[in-house]
Design a protein around this ligand. Structure first.
Ligand code: NAP
Length: 221
């Protein structure tokens, strides 16, 4: 039975990933920050760990909590958005919240978890966004979020060479109907996650370190 680790799974895309992998027969370990999230994860039949990726004390015990697991798949899904454009200076709180969650958390998780994924010759995907594409950016809407996802993409690029047996990708999940994506998004979580899972199941070694969309197409950095 393959094992998946889903980091940031209390709701939205992460929770749907938990649901679909459990239905598909995987053993799933997922993380939440509060009791309500834990209950939703456990109700789907997954094991839940309590991790706040923006809190270094919380996230630094992740390796210990996982205790030598071999992971076929790890997904860094946790993320937050700030909607201000580039003509509005970020508050320190907004900067810290977005950059700690979207970037620092990934940088703290990867060294702890990547060796467990390498042990299974597995895949590690960081859920990024097309809004982090430097080449694709024509707007300053949600500037801090865009900057954080561009930085997350560089986390993937810089981490991949350290873990040569790992296939590590940055993945855009599509525009998805979640609290972050809003009701007008084009994809339901079920649709997005179905395509993401198909793509993740077929990541080739030559795609390691790439920026992929949920449908498997390559996105320009
Ligand atoms: N929805 C879209 O259209 C879209 C498009 C492109 C990229 N994305 C990316 O996809 C990922 C999931 O987004 P979503 O749409 O599912 O958003 P969401 O519904 O707002 O869910 C965000 C998830 O991240 C978790 N999280 C936030 N801060 C965290 C922290 N400090 N520690 C641990 N977990 C934390 C939340 O947990 P709590 O319940 O504890 O807050 C929640 O499970 C994000 O990285 C987002 O940037 C989404």
């Amino acid at each position: 039975m393959p094992t998946a680790l889903i980091i940031g799974a209390s709701r939205g895309i992460g929770l749907e990933l938990v649901r679909q992998y459990v239905v598909d027969g995987w053993r799933v370990i997922a993380t939440a920050r509060d009791d309500a999230g834990r209950d939703r994860i456990q109700a789907l039949g997954a094991q839940c760990l309590r991790v706040d990726v923006a809190n270094p004390i919380s996230v630094s015990s992740f390796e210990w909590m996982l205790d030598g697991e071999k992971l076929d798949l790890a997904l860094y899904v946790a993320g937050v958005i700030d909607h201000n454009a580039a003509n509005t200076p970020p508050t320190k709180d907004a900067f810290d919240r977005v950059m700690h969650t979207n970037v620092m958390g990934a940088m703290m998780v990867i060294p702890q978890v990547a060796p467990m994924v390498e042990a299974a010759d597995g895949v590690f995907a960081c859920i990024s966004s097309v809004m982090g594409s430097l080449q694709g950016t024509r707007s300053s809407d949600a500037a801090l979020y865009r900057i954080s996802k561009a930085a997350l993409n560089m986390v993937v690029r810089t981490s991949q060479p350290e873990y040569p047996r790992l296939r590590m990708v940055a993945m855009h999940p599509g525009w998805v109907q979640t609290e972050m994506g809003g009701a007008n998004a084009t994809l339901t979580p079920e649709q997005a996650v179905t395509r993401m899972r198909q793509t993740l199941a077929h990541i080739k070694p030559e795609q390691a370190g790439q920026f992929l969309s949920y449908d498997g197409s390559t996105i320009a950095w």
